[in-house]
Design a protein around this ligand. Structure first.
Ligand code: 5AD
Ligand code: SF4
Length: 458
């Protein structure tokens, strides 16, 4: 008789990359552990952590602290911390938490089952080795939302922006073999998948260092040929490495969604230089203008940091001004947070917390205006929505995304989840749009996958 599998509870913090990594962790453990949603029945409790800002790190540490109560009730429970904080802190975590059984870094991958076995035998293993090259792990057929998947195409980062801990905790850039990516995407599409998001810290440098060189745009072209692919997205792009070739691809590849996440971080040249970003505000704005010309209707989102060391009111005013010029559809904004090992943590003129907080709220007010204006421009149009599930606000409504990544809420039958359907956009709201289902009277729901038409451009 088959031995019942043990139970794994997996808690993930941070970015989409961590979400994709967690799926792989579940996969490497799948022969021994089934995932559970209930921590109280877990035999193994793993936390996949984020170290990008101090707040993220603090959340992890407080969750870890609270697990001592669960462990007191279930002494056989194995508790493990993995990912970026594990990579950064190593055995310091063991010293701080006596109930912690194992620590594994961002590249422990295949070694995890063995580490867990050693932990079960009473050892407290720590594995934070970083290697060169991409390690292929068994992908897990899994979706963040029906019909969608995340596909890691590269690991690590070689940019060393002075504020960022990623190069230290995720190691050197390494690209995944295109054949493995193509296989994973084909399998997903063969199973009825519709939307693929490619992930890497700096996707524009994809392909460097591979035995058979290929560019990021080359990869996009190969994936675009796969039958059934309706939407193709990627994150994150570095503005310095955004190629002319990619701009052309937006014109040519029907599945490539009209959305680009292009983190600018600051609108001041002095600060961009201190951040080691490798572009000026003028270069950034010029790329945005060319993108908007090459792909009319494209939505551009960005990341912004306020209160980087030495940022004056005049520097900050330039960021606000750049936001208006770029007319970002969406932005993610953060107070600068000094991170271990990074150069900026040692810079003079650190900005006081209250100044950072005040700038952040001014910046977010500016973005709210821009987002609302972008939503208002869409009102009156009928757009294709990929339905993700029930709306967070009201269970009576469905929620989905446009190709340009905006969230749309509308009323329709639950059978639309995981399908495309046209929605008439009726009302702009600060964080989403309201719409009405444009096929309410059609018997076939209108959600059948069909090949997108090649876009017309002027
Ligand atoms: N402090 C604040 N924000 C940061 N980011 C990265 N490092 C820091 C830091 N030390 C932000 C950047 C990046 C996003 C993922 O997180 O804007 O693009
Ligand atoms: Fe961090 Fe810069 Fe690399 Fe992005 S490009 S992960 S901000 S070092």
């Amino acid at each position: 008789m088959a031995v019942p599998k043990k139970k794994l509870y997996l808690r993930t913090f941070g970015c989409q990359m961590n979400v994709a990594d967690s799926e792989q962790l579940a996969q490497v453990l799948a022969s021994e552990y089934d995932l559970t949603q209930r921590p109280e029945e877990a035999d193994l409790y793993l936390i996949n952590t984020c170290a990008i800002r101090r707040k993220a790190e603090e959340k992890v540490k407080s969750l870890l602290g609270s697990l001592k109560f669960l462990k007191a009730r279930r002494p056989q429970l194995i508790v493990g911390v993995g990912g970026c904080v594990a990579q950064q802190e190593g055995d310091r975590l063991l010293a701080a938490a006596p109930h912690l059984n194992l620590v594994f870094g961002t590249q422990a991958g295949r070694r995890l089952p063995d580490l867990v076995r050693r932990a079960a035998q009473g050892q407290r293993p720590v594995d934070i080795a970083l290697r060169c090259g991409y390690e292929e792990l068994p992908p897990r057929p899994w979706s963040p939302a029906p019909g969608q998947t995340l596909v890691t195409i590269m690991q690590g980062c070689d940019n060393f922006c002075t504020f960022c801990v990623v190069p230290y905790v995720r190691g050197r850039e390494a690209s995944r073999e295109p054949a493995a990516i193509v296989r994973q995407v084909s399998d997903f599409l063969a199973a009825g998948g519709l939307e693929v998001t490619l992930l890497g810290q700096n996707v524009n440098s994809y392909g460097r260092g591979l035995a058979k060189p290929i560019t990021f745009t080359g990869l996009l072209r190969r994936l675009s040929e796969l039958p059934g692919l309706r939407r193709l997205r990627f994150a994150t792009s570095h503005p310095r490495d955004l190629s002319d070739d990619l701009m052309v691809a937006y014109r040519q590849l029907p599945a490539l969604c009209e959305h680009l996440h292009l983190p600018v971080q600051s609108g001041s040249n002095r600060i961009l230089q201190a951040m080691n970003r490798g572009y000026s505000r003028e270069e950034y704005l010029e790329k945005v203008a060319r993108l908007r010309q090459a792909c009319p209707g494209i939505a551009i989102s960005t990341d912004l940091i306020v209160g980087f060391p030495g940022e004056t009111e005049a520097d900050f005013a330039q960021t606000l001004e750049l936001m208006r010029e770029a007319a970002f559809e969406q932005s993610f904004s953060f107070k600068y947070s000094p991170r271990p090992q990074t150069r900026a943590a040692g810079f003079p003129d650190q900005v006081p917390e209250e100044v950072k907080a005040a700038r952040l709220s001014r910046l977010q007010a500016r973005q709210d205006e821009l987002t609302l204006a972008a939503h208002a421009r869409l009102v009156g149009q009928v757009k294709e929505v990929l339905v993700e599930g029930l709306s967070k606000r009201s269970a009576k409504q469905l929620c989905g995304r446009l190709r340009t990544n905006q969230v749309v809420n509308f009323s329709g039958p639950r059978e639309l989840v995981g399908r495309f359907t046209p929605v008439a956009l009726t009302e702009a709201q600060p964080h989403s749009l309201k719409g009405t289902w444009a096929l309410a009277h059609s018997p076939d729901l209108g959600g059948c996958p069909r090949q997108p038409q090649r876009r017309q451009h002027v």
